[in-house]
Design a protein around this ligand. Sequence first.
Ligand code: 5GP
Ligand code: MG
Ligand code: MG
Length: 182
Amino acid sequence: MSMENDIERVLYSEADIQKLVNKLADQINHDYADTDELVVVSVLTGAMMFTTDLFKRIKVMASLDSVDLSSYAGATTESTGTVELIQDLTNSIEGKDVLVVEDIVDTGRTLAKLVDVLKDRGAKSLKICTLFDKPDRRVADVKADYVGQIVPNEFIVGYGLDYNFLYRNLPYVGVLKPEVYR
Ligand code: 5GP
Ligand code: MG
Ligand code: MG
């Protein structure tokens, strides 16, 4: 079955996304120019595509780690109130500059949980970079330090973002046709 038939419209093309990634990489390279080691923490699975594109553009000393958290239960477009850490970091972040990389911040519950988990581990600094942000939807008190693009209050898919585990492999970001949810 073709994925593309399920897309109602494209919001951000591949070229739009690469511009956003380049802008964020420039800011990060500037701000972390003096770091001994920047630990880039990718929040699986949604941030995978964004992380690989961003990480290749980071020019300071950097390592890569990942975490996995759950907030969605299958075929839904709403996160649940409880967020669980499913997979922790592999390496210690003590004394390191840490940059959490997210696909999108919506209610903020996922990031709030992650910040809570990481905050007592002795990191030198802890910042958040997200490709997309829906600030109007925020429930938890978190703010990203680097934001690629503020997006409207619509459920978006593609470039890592899924609906019911699908559509992550679209190279652009778009909105699904309403009948897909039925
Ligand atoms: P939050 O905990 O901030 O409500 O949601 C965090 C996670 O929910 C994001 O990292 C992302 O995986 C998912 N999410 C939030 N909004 C959207 C959206 O518009 N589309 C998709 N596909 N996932 C979303
Ligand atoms: Mg995510
Ligand atoms: Mg998801």
